[in-house]
Design a protein around this ligand. Structure first.
Ligand SMILES: [Fe+2]
Ligand SMILES: [Fe+2]
Length: 135
């Protein structure tokens, strides 16, 4: 069974965004598999960097939609993205330097963050953007 599985309750009602969230879930699973199968630091770093880059580009897509459609909760949402980006960058630095490694705790942090962010923060923009014609 996958570490994190897409569920219909995650849908924000925008196809492009749901696809990106599915991709993020795939990448978290890929990182978890790499950890569980004891892959070395280089492989873990490659997967972690790929996840971080995808995360940043996904956040940018959401934020562009907020700006274009004048989403009222833009500032708060961008702040949450910014905090997560900072955390992931710090994690990359720690894993790279050997100060930290990809552990079950790290994986649970990533999983719980994505679950909570989609359910409590991303889902809020769904109806608003839908009303602006974004589907
Ligand atoms: Fe998102
Ligand atoms: Fe978001």
């Amino acid at each position: 069974m996958a570490f994190l599985t897409w569920q219909d309750r995650y849908s924000v009602g925008i196809g492009q965004i749901d696809d990106q969230h599915k991709q993020l879930i795939n990448m978290i699973n890929e990182l978890n598999d790499a950890m569980l199968t004891g892959k070395g630091k280089n492989v873990l770093m490659t997967v972690l960097n790929k996840l971080a880059e995808y995360c940043v580009s996904h956040f940018a897509v959401e934020e562009k939609l907020f700006d274009v459609h004048v989403y009222p909760e833009t500032a708060d949402h961008k702040e949450k993205h910014h905090k997560m980006t900072t955390k992931v960058k710090a994690l990359i630095g720690e894993v790279q330097s050997g100060k930290s490694t990809i552990s079950i705790e790290v994986m649970n942090f990533l999983k719980n963050w994505l679950d909570k962010h989609i359910m409590e923060t991303d889902k809020k923009y769904g109806p608003y953007l839908n009303s602006k014609g974004v589907k």
